[in-house]
Design a protein around this ligand. Structure first.
Ligand SMILES: [Zn+2]
Length: 110
C-alpha cells in the first residue's frame, strides 16, 4: 500500500475544505479522507474526522509550511487600507476602493 502523509485533521469539515483548497491552489495533490463521514459522526472521535493527506514527504513538508503561513497571516492579512486617490478607509479583503474604484496599490498621480 502506498504511504500517505496526513497534513491536517479537524472535526470542522469546512476548515478542512478551506485548507484543502489552499493546498490545491498551491499545486499540491491532496487526498481528503472521511469527508462524508464527518456529517454523521456525532461523537468526536478523531479517527473519523475529515483529514487531508498527501502522497509524498516533499508535499507534506510544503503543505505544513503553507498552512503555517496561512494561519500566521490569517488575522493580519485583512487590514484596512487607505485609498491613495480619495483617502477613503477601505476594509481589508477589498482590493479596490468602493468609492472611486482605484485599486489598492495604485499610486497617486502627483
Ligand atoms: Zn478611492
Amino acid at each position: 500500500m502506498e504511504k500517505i502523509y496526513e497534513v491536517y485533521r479537524d472535526r470542522d469539515s469546512s476548515k478542512v475544505g478551506l485548507y484543502n483548497g489552499i493546498l490545491k491552489d498551491s499545486g499540491i495533490h491532496t487526498v481528503v479522507r472521511n469527508w462524508h463521514g464527518s456529517n454523521i459522526v456525532e461523537v468526536p472521535i478523531p479517527e473519523f474526522f475529515p483529514n487531508i493527506c498527501v502522497l509524498s514527504k516533499e508535499d507534506y513538508e510544503k503543505s505544513v509550511e503553507i498552512l503555517k503561513d496561512y494561519e500566521n497571516s490569517d488575522s493580519s492579512g485583512l487590514e484596512a487600507w487607505t485609498c491613495s486617490q480619495c483617502g477613503e478607509i477601505i476594509d481589508g479583503g477589498f482590493s479596490e476602493c468602493w468609492s472611486c474604484q482605484a485599486s489598492m496599490d495604485e499610486k497617486p498621480e502627483n
